[in-house]
Design a protein. Structure first.
Length: 164
């Protein structure tokens, strides 16, 4: 049995140590907000936070997540930075098809957590691993700037069993 802490909840899973974390999240834990895109860490659709760092869950074995805090798109809004990012995304209607957006939001949140006032180069570097086939890059960058400029606010209400 493998014990993982996902979105603040410790859970046991009977999965192989080399199983990609993406499949544990989607198929075993039922958290389908994290998307499968390319399977080789090139598109960013599967981005999650592992101890606050943006990582590609499609190439991260479950064994690498043991003892670490996993945060998925389902709970990123419980964090004040994540809440600001999600609010900015809605404010300027970033989403077109939406498939890549959970990964985009996770990468943007990790960026703003590490670099609260990023330069254009910081944004470009942090987001370069996330592909949007609809081409909403301009709106994504604008939303990140809005979220960076927004005043810090309390996180969204925490759902039962989910902590920041």
């Amino acid at each position: 049995m493998t014990s993982l802490t996902i979105n603040g909840t410790a859970t046991q899973f009977d999965v192989p140590d080399d199983m990609p974390l993406l499949w544990v999240l989607r198929d075993v834990a039922g958290l389908t907000g994290t998307k499968f895109g390319c399977g080789v860490s090139l598109c960013g659709a599967c981005t999650i936070h592992l101890d606050g760092q943006a990582v590609r869950s499609c190439v991260t074995p479950v064994s690498a997540a043991i003892g670490k805090k996993i945060v998925t798109i389902e709970a990123v809004g419980n964090d004040p930075v994540g809440a600001r990012v999600q609010s900015a995304w809605r404010q300027i209607d970033v989403v077109q098809c939406g498939y890549c957006q959970s990964g985009q939001i996770m990468s943007a949140t990790a960026l703003l957590t590490a670099t609260p006032k990023p330069s254009d180069a910081d944004i470009d570097n942090a987001m370069s691993g996330n592909i949007c086939r609809c081409g909403t890059y301009g709106r994504i960058k604008a939303a990140i700037k809005i979220a960076a400029a927004a005043p810090a606010a309390a996180p969204a209400a925490v759902k039962p069993g989910v902590t920041a």
